[in-house]
Design a protein around this ligand. Structure first.
Ligand code: HBI
Ligand code: FE
Length: 279
């Protein structure tokens, strides 16, 4: 079978993944034997560094679930994580060669399958990589899929995505993904914490998102969030803050079609456009 490679954003480099291995739904088996000792060592070093940064910055729900990933010194086998994950919330990880088109992506989420890129960055990319690799997907996204409420939100997001596709509203809905699942902040009893995968898997943005005075932090509000553009290759200049994962889930109960209609006629906000009221 094999699929055409997919590239997002301004990247002009060919994507890293081997899309020729992907099935019609863009999934491919995790080729565990293909990982070198250098790959396992890169995973171990990324895991170790990121773990040391979590206290006081990462959501407690994330910190509590992280050990469920299993191995810290080697790349985990997806089927081993799935034994625990499927028991916990009915989700399972599926391998993908990298970023995949919107509809296959939404379809996987709607079926409680999370696409995890199956390759890892090179040692020289330790500090930063533009495309999501296995460390971003596994370390950043998977632990919170063990949280029942968050797991239900992600499935509902996928279902919403398939509807949005039919309404030409993918861009608006992808902003909700970006400002929650990728770069969301949450107010916990101990204070402001990060729960977005893009933050949790980044060595620099974790402290920046929670502590820096530079970015604005607004309460998550469906319409403001869906109208706010984002940048993919810098720290975020706006973060949206929730009070609980239940709030996220309850928000997706609404039918978004009338919201899309209303927003279509309104101007968008730049990623750094300030609001009078901050969170
Ligand atoms: N593909 N593998 C993968 N991972 C993602 O997070 C992803 C994707 N394709 C599309 C996409 N995210 C975004 O456009 C979402 O906002 C829909
Ligand atoms: Fe991601």
């Amino acid at each position: 079978m094999g699929q055409a490679p997919v590239v997002y954003g301004q990247s002009n480099r060919p994507p890293r993944g081997d899309y020729s291995r992907a099935s019609a739904d863009y999934t491919c088996p995790q080729n565990y034997a293909s990982y070198t000792e250098a790959d396992h060592d890169t995973y171990r070093r990324l895991y170790e560094r990121q773990c040391a940064l979590l206290p006081g910055l990462a959501s407690q729900a994330f910190i509590d679930a992280l050990p469920l990933l299993g191995a810290r010194d080697r790349i985990p086998r997806f089927e081993e994580v799935n034994e625990r994950l499927y028991q916990a919330t009915g989700w399972e990880l599926v391998g993908v060669p990298g970023l995949i088109p919107e509809v296959p992506f939404f379809t996987l989420l709607a079926n409680r399958k999370f696409p995890v890129t199956d390759w890892i960055r090179k040692p020289e990319e330790f500090e930063y990589i533009v495309e999501p690799d296995i460390f971003h997907d596994l370390f950043g996204h998977v632990p919170l899929l063990f949280n029942p409420v968050f797991a239900d939100y992600v499935q509902r997001y996928g279902q919403g995505g398939l509807k949005a596709e039919g309404l030409g509203a993918c861009e608006m809905l992808s902003r909700l993904y970006w400002y929650t699942i990728e770069f969301g902040l949450i107010r916990e009893p101990a204070g402001l914490r990060a729960y977005g995968a893009g933050i949790l898997s980044s060595s620099g943005e974790l402290a920046h998102s929670v502590r820096s005075p530079e970015p604005q932090r607004l309460p998550l509000q469906l319409e403001r969030t869906m109208r706010t553009r984002y940048k993919i290759d810098t720290y975020q200049q706006t973060y949206f803050v929730i009070d609980s994962f239940e709030q996220l889930f309850d928000m997706t109960a609404a039918d978004f079609a009338p919201i899309y209609e209303r927003l279509r006629g309104l101007p968008e906000f730049a990623a750094d456009e300030r609001d009078a009221v901050a969170a």
